[in-house]
Write a protein that binds this ligand. Structure first.
Ligand code: NAD
Ligand code: UGA
Length: 455
């Protein structure tokens, strides 16, 4: 039977649910889209002029769609939207479990299970339930089991349609995706979802697979990306001690068409809400199936990342402690063009410095200082303050750490900054974004990840 999706509900109005549904509504004006969330403050923000997610281009898409065929509502008002929906996306968080079997590694499916129960309770007729969240392979079994308990006389298909957008480029990624992946067992349901995407995604970019392949492909894709960052970061350390330059090495590697140029940027380590949790989820799955060596392999990608952050923090702490013990941290977001700092390398590096008794002066153009302050641990009362401008943050600093590649850090006026920083200040560039010529001309020594100290 041919099915058409004209009414969509999405549970979860976060970094994925909000932008993804906004782009679907934009490209499919004939489809009515309702985004539901338990977090009423977040829903209020989606309905305001200050969206809860900062993404270039998002404001414009929301302006075109909100109130037309896109609406954001609190979950307590969501039952009718689920009942009316032909398709319900589950786009809630799937964090690492903190207790019970697999704690510290396995994904916590509690939020997904709550969604499945909510759908089972309110859905009417035939409903296509779509996994948009990143799930462990075979999670669809759990969802199907819960849906089977529906008190209503409804029927369900479950599809896996993982999201590949990256933050900071989410709108571009959604409007022009490399691929859209749909895994499912019922061709009519897969076709119905493919028909939605076909309004703007070329047919050859819509990949159809089995359910388990789709679920596993998402975890594997993130693990491969994280592995590339850890690989180049492992090389970065070797560059620093041998005189090789990581950017030159990366360029050589990237021109091999079998390797390709992307994801070869050395850094203070990868961050973001997903790489670590998805790697750990993969490690857990391997262990669960008794695959010890593959588990150890993927664990090593995460371990290298922790090491990269730690060695950078150690170098900066050692330098700052020899001087007045004050460090300016420029950049708190896990990458540029986002206000997201979940699992940002800046968190671990700041906490390492605070534990070493270093006083911090923090600056980021998008991250909310109160929210960032809440994840810092300052048991030794070393102290931290936030500043709006980089020039203020570096005042009196013995070390300046650049932890996010915000464009503004590439054009900082180092001559001016050198007059307000402490004598003996050193720059630690964790993103190869600082202009070393300008910094050296201002008399400031620079340590760059993957290059080492400028001579
Ligand atoms: P998020 O934390 O920003 O948003 C999740 C939202 O779900 C929250 O607003 C929360 O209040 C809501 N929620 C949780 N349980 C709920 C329930 N039972 N009913 C209603 N609302 C509920 O998370 P996110 O970054 O959007 O990620 C969501 C999923 O997408 C995760 O599985 C993640 O791995 C995956 N993913 C994220 C990205 C990304 O860039 N952030 C990219 C691809 C995939
Ligand atoms: C990543 C993937 O790129 C998306 O495809 C995926 O959908 C998403 O995770 C997810 O599942 O959440 P995201 O974490 O938003 O997207 O951002 P990335 O661009 O992948 O960057 C992740 C981290 O790696 C950042 O801290 C970034 O600075 C770092 N990175 C990235 C490097 O250090 N070097 C690189 O060359 C690339």
């Amino acid at each position: 039977m041919k099915r058409r999706i004209l009414n969509i509900a999405c549970i979860g109005a976060g970094y994925v649910g909000g932008p993804t549904m906004a782009v679907i509504a934009d490209r499919c004006p004939h489809v009515s889209v309702t985004v539901i969330d338990l977090n009423e403050a977040r829903i209020a923000a989606w309905n305001s002029d200050t969206l809860p997610v900062y993404e270039p281009g998002l404001d414009e898409v929301i302006r075109r769609t909100r109130g037309r065929n896109l609406r954001f509502i609190p979950q307590r008002e969501g039952a009718a939207a689920v009942a009316a929906a032909d398709a319900v996306f589950i786009s809630v968080n799937t964090p690492t479990k903190t207790q019970g079997a697999g704690a510290g590694k396995a994904s916590d499916l509690g939020y997904v299970e709550a969604c499945a129960r909510y759908i089972a309770e309110h859905a009417l007729g035939h409903t296509i339930v779509i996994e948009k969240s990143t799930m462990p392979v075979r999670a669809a079994d759990t969802i199907k089991r819960i849906l089977a308990t529906s008190p209503r006389v409804g029927t369900f298909d479950v599809l896996s349609n993982p999201e590949f957008l990256a933050e900071g480029t989410a709108i571009r990624d959604l409007e022009k995706p490399d691929r859209v992946l749909i895994g499912g067992e019922t061709p009519a349901a897969v076709d119905a979802l493919a028909e939605v995407y076909a309004h703007w995604v070329p047919d050859q970019a819509i990949l159809r697979t089995g359910l388990w392949s789709a679920e596993l492909s998402k975890l594997a894709a993130n693990a491969f990306l994280a592995q590339r960052v850890s690989s180049i970061n492992a090389i970065s350390a070797l560059c620093e001690v041998t005189g090789a330059q990581v950017e030159e090495v990366a360029k050589v590697l990237g021109t091999d068409t079998r390797i390709g140029p992307k994801f070869l940027k050395a850094s203070v380590g990868f961050g973001g809400s997903c790489f670590k949790k998805d790697l750990l989820s993969l490690v857990y799955l391997c262990e669960f199936y008794g695959l010890t060596e593959p588990a150890a392999y993927w664990q090593s990608v995460q371990d290298l990342n922790e090491w990269q952050k730690r060695r950078f923090a150690q170098m900066a702490a050692t330098h700052a402690k020899k001087q007045g013990g004050v460090v300016a941290v420029l950049g708190l977001a896990f990458k540029k063009n986002t206000n997201d700092f979940r699992e940002s390398p800046a968190i671990d590096i700041c906490n390492y410095l605070l534990a070493a008794g270093v006083r911090l002066r923090l600056q980021d153009e998008r991250v909310d200082p109160h929210m960032f302050g809440a994840v810092l641990v300052d048991d030794h009362k070393a102290g931290f303050d936030f500043f709006c401008e980089a020039a203020e943050a570096v005042r009196g600093a013995d070390a300046i750490l650049v932890l996010t590649e915000w464009d503004q850090y590439a054009t900082l006026d180092w001559r001016k900054l050198s007059t307000v920083a402490a004598p003996g200040v050193m720059i630690f560039d964790g993103r190869t974004v600082v202009d070393p010529v300008a910094a050296s001309a201002a008399g400031l020594p620079v340590f760059t990840v993957g290059i080492g100290a400028a001579k």
